[in-house]
Write a protein that binds this ligand. Structure first.
Ligand code: ADP
Ligand code: MG
Length: 352
């Protein structure tokens, strides 16, 4: 006998009122950091960084531009909105301590939907040890907008800027790159299949790695802790949100240098390699221009080579050169191509 589909409960946000809603969504968030003197509830939060530098970064995510609720569950979205901001703080070699979350909501969103969003935000706060200390809540005519601000701290001599790379420095990449972009291609494709034939079950299980990298990325706080433990301060660093090529250009421009990138050194997960080929894409091209990996691209002095060589999950991918040499890619086939500013390297595997 067919069971009647259960309708999810849908409580209109107006039943709680603005203050009631904020209180309902944020009351279970604990304060984890001594630097958080005052969190939610007054006109402003109070933070005491006790002589350390304060690092601040903001990102805004707009429905239909940065995310699609058809395949991005609200809990994942809340998690990701926080993580991408923490990634920016880590990219300064700083430690995130607080976040604020601002929302613009259409009446399409119920209290239950917002509970899901905040469950993801809570999970990220818990995992990364940050405090939710404020935000703003307002209405929008259409769709959802989430803006997260992350606040962190670092000793003045530990901060790492994009501008510090010097000729001869070694280029390093953490984790692996390209998978998040391929995960997005997969989700987009399945969405089109679903829209044309809703009865077809999505075929995502085999691509769990790439899809997971897109929907639930992690920020590399573990790397920053590892640097501190080994007493290593990179000369320049950036997080990989727009793709390795574009981020390398940012470092080169800010530092007034060039770069020699080795294709061999760019880490690509085997699942990303396979999925790229399924989409008839060149794996290295997706790795260099994909984006949303939230890994770290950084440079170290040659005397620190021994240190990075033995650190887990760090890959040596090239060398900083003089600005006049430009930004080049040395392919596995032995060719040297100028890297394209937008990241796309036109690569013909049949041409030597
Ligand atoms: P005000 O009118 O002074 O801007 P609000 O009513 O917007 O005050 O906010 C009251 C408190 O709730 C403040 O501490 C604010 O930072 C916090 N807050 C508001 N919206 C959110 C939200 N979406 N998430 C977390 N905290 C929020
Ligand atoms: Mg307000």
């Amino acid at each position: 006998m067919a069971e009647k589909a259960q309708q999810p409960q849908r409580t209109d946000v107006n039943t709680l009122g603005e203050f009631g809603l904020i209180n309902h969504l944020t009351k279970q968030f604990p304060i984890l950091n001594a630097s958080t003197k005052l969190g939610i509830g007054d006109d402003a939060a109070v933070i005491d960084n006790q002589g350390l530098q304060t690092v601040v970064s903001t990102d805004m995510l707009v429905e239909g531009i940065h995310f699609d609720l058809m395949y991005s569950p609200l809990k994942h979205l809340g998690y990701k909105a926080v993580v991408v901001n923490l990634s920016d703080i880590y990219a300064m070699n700083a430690t995130p301590k607080q976040i604020t979350v601002s929302l613009a909501l259409s009446n399409r969103f119920s209290v239950e939907a917002l509970e899901e969003l905040y469950a993801g935000i809570y999970l990220a706060c818990e995992r990364y040890g940050v405090d939710l200390v404020g935000g703003d809540t307002t209405s929008s005519n259409k769709g959802l907008i989430i803006s997260v601000t992350a606040i962190g701290q670092a000793a003045v001599d530990k901060l790492v800027y994009r501008s510090g790379a010097k000729v001869g420095d070694i280029i390093c990449i953490t984790g692996d790159v390209g998978a998040a972009y391929l995960g997005l291609q997969m989700l987009e494709r399945e969405k089109q299949v679903f829209l044309s034939s809703p009865d077809v079950k999505p075929d995502l299980e085999n691509e769990a790695y790439c899809v997971g990298r897109q929907l639930k990325p992690e920020a590399r706080g573990d790397m920053i802790r590892q640097f501190a433990k080994e007493n290593l301060v990179p000369t320049a660093m950036i997080d990989i949100s727009d793709g390795v090529a574009s981020e390398l250009f940012h470092i080169c421009r800010a530092s007034g240098v060039g770069a020699y990138l080795e294709e061999e050194g760019v880490p690509i997960h085997p699942d990303a390699q396979m999925l790229a080929l399924r989409f008839k894409l060149d794996p290295i091209t997706t790795a260099l221009s994909g984006g949303e990996d939230y890994e770290l691209l950084f440079t170290v002095k040659t005397e620190d080579l021994e240190k990075v060589k033995y650190m887990p999950d760090i890959y040596i991918a090239g060398e900083i050169t003089a600005a006049a040499d430009g930004v080049k890619l040395h392919t596995k086939g032995g060719n040297i191509h100028p890297l394209q500013a937008q990241g796309w390297v036109h690569f013909d595997p049949n041409k030597k």
